[in-house]
Design a protein around this ligand. Structure first.
Ligand code: HEC
Ligand code: HEC
Length: 331
């Protein structure tokens, strides 16, 4: 028994060092596959992520605006909330969001757990209250049983709800993009054009802000360094959190992972295409006007950042009981 354990440990250590040796020395690291430590909690979180009964209308779930069939976003300029309200800001993807220093464009939530409480009670999103959402879950026998088996007690509260949702979101990472394969040493994983795009991305300075495994999410940066960014969207970014005028128009640098899937771009959703977004980034963030050919190269590279999308069996949600509060979509 003991010998076997040692053999396994040294095999693991060997595999680890062999792997480390092949990863290229680049400013961007490959995305790691998710390590699931509590599959039952992830499963519960998945159900909650897909459950529209956490909204007042009974119609809007997390997946409505972070559609996991569409790169974890809604592909709208700004989201549609309760009673068809026009949302104030573009919905960022939930894919790889566990890798970010903070959540939201302005970073006002420290982590996924804190974030998950926001939309349920946001009058412009799911428009419920935490008490009503928890009350709804308590009225559903299937959930009571599942919370009991996951948490060891049938008591349901918002803390457990957000903990389970966050555990599910932590699994929404997207490893194995062509770029990751290249980072891990596969010379053939990128085309010449994609490699040329990566060269431009590095040399011209995109990587100063879009770095780390998520190629973003590591810092807050001013939108509009060389020229001011013109927008009708009133969002001011980080200054809304810090109260510091110097943070005006500083936004969390968005991840570029799966960016091909998460159009339209920027916090106001005003850039419809990747070509447009790259052109704006070049001019406003780097003071550089790229040629059409350069933009095409960078865009080709950005499309090589699409990794394995999360796939799973659609969660089956436990049915409501006679006591479950009725959905209220119209009043
Ligand atoms: C009505 C649309 C809508 C619904 C429903 C919604 N979200 Fe969001 N979500 C957004 C928008 C818009 C933002 C960006 C808000 C901001 O930054 O001010 C966001 C931000 C986030 C972020 C931060 C991502 C990042 O990169 O900063 C996460 C994580 C997230 N939502 C998860 C959830 C979860 C979990 C639920 C369900 C409990 C949910 N969302 C429900 C629209 C929605
Ligand atoms: C000084 C920091 C900085 C540099 C340099 C920079 N970016 Fe950005 N990038 C940002 C910020 C901040 C945003 C979000 C801006 C907003 O939403 O208003 C962003 C947004 C983007 C987006 C849109 C992503 C989305 O989901 O909305 C793309 C694509 C992008 N950058 C690509 C690039 C490329 C390509 C380069 C190099 C040409 C580059 N960036 C250089 C900070 C930077």
């Amino acid at each position: 028994m003991k010998l076997k354990a040692i053999a396994i440990a040294s095999a693991l250590a060997l595999a680890g060092s062999a792997w480390a040796a092949t990863v290229r020395d680049e400013p961007i690291e490959p995305i790691q596959a998710a390590k699931v430590t509590n599959p039952a909690m992830v499963e519960l979180g998945k159900k909650l992520f897909f459950d529209p009964r956490l909204s007042r209308s009974g119609f809007i779930s997390c997946n409505s605006c972070h559609n996991l069939s569409m790169g974890g976003s809604d592909n709208l300029k700004t989201s549609i909330g309760d009673k068809w309200q026009q949302g104030p800001i573009n919905s960022p993807t939930v894919l790889n969001s566990s890798l970010a220093v903070a959540q939201f464009w302005d970073g006002r939530a420290a982590d996924l757990k804190e974030q998950a409480g926001g939309p349920i009670a946001n009058p412009g999103e799911m428009a419920f209250t935490h008490d009503l959402a928890v009350g709804t879950l308590r009225s559903i026998p299937g959930y009571v049983a599942e919370f009991k088996s996951v948490f060891g007690s049938a008591a349901i509260n918002i803390d457990k709800v957000t903990q389970a949702i966050a555990a599910f979101e932590e699994t929404l990472v997207t490893p194995n993009s062509p770029f990751d394969a290249w980072l891990k040493g596969d010379d053939k994983a990128l085309t010449d054009r994609e490699l040329a795009g990566y060269g431009l991305f590095k040399e011209s300075g995109c990587v100063a802000c879009h770095n780390g495994p998520a190629m973003g999410g590591t810092s807050f940066q001013k939108m509009g360094l060389f020229e001011p960014y013109k927008t009708n969207n009133p969002a001011e970014g980080r200054s809304a959190v810090t109260g510091n005028d110097a943070d005006r128009m500083n936004f969390k640098v968005p991840t570029l992972r799966n960016v091909e899937l998460t159009y339209p771009y920027f916090h106001d959703g005003e850039a419809a295409t990747l070509e447009e977004a790259v052109d704006v980034m070049g001019r406003l963030q780097l003071g550089r006007k790229y040629s059409e050919a350069e933009i095409a190269d960078i865009v080709a590279f950005l499309k090589a950042l699409t990794g394995d999308q999360p796939t799973f069996v659609m969660p089956l949600l436990p049915p409501s009981s006679n006591d479950t509060p009725k959905p209220n979509p119209w009043e």
